[in-house]
Design a protein around this ligand. Structure first.
Ligand code: AMP
Ligand code: MG
Length: 421
């Protein structure tokens, strides 16, 4: 993956040209191959997984032609060409309690939704269009042949592929699998993702802080984002800013994981060993992306594991994860290459400043005004260390590379967080 020009670019240090976000993502996705392991899981346990093979239906769904309405089942050829039709009611068909006799000329049955169509019938009249005269049903004119009937196999036919390999199993798919009478399915194993924080200043929650120390929060946001994605998260703790410690942590992580995520240690500071170690023990794809927050960011490979060296700042971690890491992990999970995240346009409620040449992701609160317009406002100070700006947000305000200053009332592009799981 690491071509000569990639390495030259890295040798230029941090001052070479940064990659456009789309180009960075395309390079990452080109390297993200689905994990190969497969396992068989009971339907419910398969929620969130990716099908490893096609699911072929052994039966028709629905299994029997049945009524879509409460009403009366009859044969269309019995209807009067014009005027009402009088039919003798000879029995009842209910869901799970079929009418076992046969309906002949001049006859009908009462039928309830989901009941199998009795032999000799092909249509259902809604009860609202029927008058009763003792045991006689009087059908209004204007009924259509075959109406209100659900044909056997109209959802899924016997022998058809009900769900294709690569399908993400969401609630609807669990229901489809159950509707086939299948109790377990073959799915891809979850990608194993090892993650750790780097930094001498980091302390664990529960410890006390000395001057200059901070609590390690990135391992918690990363954990949360990984759990939402449904991958197997392997927490490798905090690694000190020491060359050997970083190298050891990389080797340990590469031995157990399909992907490795670190935070911190990718900038130009003396104590930033992540990129250096990646160059020595693996290969570097690129390590600068024209985005804010987010640069610098390292991407590469150690052994068979993809490597993402995210910046240390808590907001940068979340932005780069959602924009670049999450799509790659979805590819590792076996999903097709993701479409760009869902975005909408909204009216910006305030003026925004941005510098051209990089894509900026500000944190926004999107709401619908009483007049129906979507309006977005920034959630306070936008420093990349201010995690409360993420917590107060429900969307990113995306300012493209060629975006000039935004005035209050201008339209901006917004990515609702709902697009990111
Ligand atoms: P770095 O990229 O290592 O220079 O870190 C950039 C900033 O992010 C510094 O202010 C760090 O203290 C902060 N930071 C790094 N790692 C973490 C972490 N795990 N949790 C919270 N803040 C962090
Ligand atoms: Mg650091």
């Amino acid at each position: 993956m690491s071509s000569k020009s990639d390495i030259d670019c890295c040798a230029d240090g941090h001052f070479g040209p940064a990659l456009k976000l789309e180009d960075a993502l395309a390079r990452i996705l080109a390297d993200a191959r689905p994990v190969q392991g497969i396992e068989t899981l009971a339907i419910r346990s398969a929620l969130g997984r990716v099908l490893a093979g096609d699911v072929v239906s052994a039966i028709d769904v629905p299994a029997h032609t049945n009524s879509a309405m409460d009403g009366y089942a009859y044969a269309n050829r019995d209807l009067q060409a014009d005027g009402e039709t009088r039919l003798a009611i000879i029995g009842v068909a209910a869901a799970g309690k079929p009418f076992t006799g046969a309906v002949t000329a001049g006859q009908c049955t009462r039928i309830l939704t989901g009941a199998a169509m009795p032999a000799g019938t092909d249509s259902v009249v809604m009860q609202e269009n029927v008058e009763l005269d003792g045991d006689i049903a009087i059908l209004a004119t204007g009924q259509k042949a075959g109406q209100h009937v659900r044909r056997a196999g109209e959802d899924i036919g016997a022998g058809e592929v009900a769900l294709r390999a690569g399908t993400h199993l969401r609630p609807a798919e669990l229901g489809i699998i159950a509707s086939l009478g299948v109790s377990e399915v073959s799915v891809r194993q979850r990608p194993r993702v090892a993650f750790f924080s780097t930094g001498d200043e980091l302390r664990h929650v529960g410890e006390s802080l000395e001057k200059g120390q901070i609590y390690d929060s990135n391992r918690y946001t990363i954990y949360g984002m990984l759990m939402r994605l449904g991958v197997e998260a392997i927490d490798m703790g905090v690694v000190r800013d020491e060359r050997d410690a970083v190298a050891r942590a990389f080797a340990d992580a590469a031995a157990v994981a399909d992907a490795i995520i670190t935070s911190g240690g990718v900038s130009v500071g003396d104590a930033d060993y992540v990129t250096e170690t990646l160059e020595r023990s693996g290969s570097v794809g690129f390590w600068k992306v024209a985005m804010k927050p987010g640069r610098p960011l390292a991407f590469g490979r150690i052994g068979n594991a993809l490597f993402f060296g995210l910046p240390g700042n808590p907001v940068s971690v979340m932005v780069t994860f959602y924009q670049l890491v999450q799509p790659a992990l979805q590819s590792l999970a076996g999903l097709p290459d993701p479409a760009p995240p869902l975005s909408v346009t909204a009216v910006c409620g305030e003026a925004l400043c941005t510098k051209p040449g990089r894509r900026e992701f500000q944190r926004g609160a999107l709401s619908r005004q009483p007049d129906g317009r979507l309006v977005v406002r920034r959630t306070g100070t936008q420093g990349s260390g201010i995690l409360s700006s993420m917590s107060a947000a429900n969307c990113f305000i995306v300012l493209p590379e060629d975006c000039g200053p935004v005035a209050a009332g201008d339209e901006v592009i917004v990515q609702p967080f709902a697009a990111f799981v």
